[in-house]
Design a protein around this ligand. Sequence first.
Ligand code: FRU
Length: 322
Amino acid sequence: CTEVKTYRIGVSQCSEDDWRMKLNDEINREIMFHEDAEVEIRSANDNSAKQIDDIRYFVSHGFDIIIVSPNEATTLTPVIREVYGNGMPVVIFDRNINDNTYTARIGVDDEGIGRSAATYARNLAGDNAKAIEIGGLEGSTPAYGRHKGFASEFESLGGTLLASVAADWNKEDAIRVADSLLKLYPEVNLIYAHNDRMAIGASETVRRLGRDDIKIIGIDAAPEIGIQAVADTLIDATFLYPTEGHRIIQTALAILKGKPYNRETILPASSAVDLSNADILLLQNETLKEETCKMRLLKARIDDYWAQHSSQTSLFYASIAI
Ligand code: FRU
């Protein structure tokens, strides 16, 4: 009888939010198709020290591979370099580190997203486009790319970027930043936020200050938050930040099984989600949720069947032995 090896995959998420929940769902859905693998997901809740502990937990508990989305590049680089240097395979996804001490990386073209957002913003705000930018956590690589792409493209298209302030990816900080920037720059006609949570925070501020003339765009397009906010006209547009949880798991398993995989994957920037397509995307998401539910049900039935089958088989062999 051959031994079935179980591959243990540790996933270290930097945060817990709508976008990461979507990604975690995809990871859990993909793992259903790999009988020889199991996954544990830990979230650092935006705390780099906690994320270092989570990575060490996976090492000390005998996991076979670690998948990490590093909260801040500089703080997380040393531990990832150390773990990788000791022979543990590491897959980096979404946020990056400062060097290339990893087995594979799946990232997104954040600069490209910034450029697409700039083109859209310029069209939305017209010839006299005056924007403020509410940025992600300084030191997390997508915040850098999203700023760089937006700032250069927006200004080359004739827009003016009045100010750029970090709000650490969260809604509360974005409300505060939007409030003070709108008082400093009353001429603003567009807010570009690096994610939808911050865009929704900015939208609350804009409404409270009676500045409904200001256009707002975000990034992520997780259905329940970002796309819903577009459908509800809280924000004007969002840009899809791909999650690709299935691809992350497939890459990890290819590494563990010695199969071919891409060392660097950069997923492309997307076009805008706005009122022209938000409803259809929400509908597609409902369909996906229903299919996932059915898949889970089917998987539970198959597991049940095999559990019964194997107990009957062992009873049969036991009776022969007697
Ligand atoms: C989720 C998040 C997203 C953003 C991504 C960038 O934790 O803040 O909103 O697009 O991280 O890494």
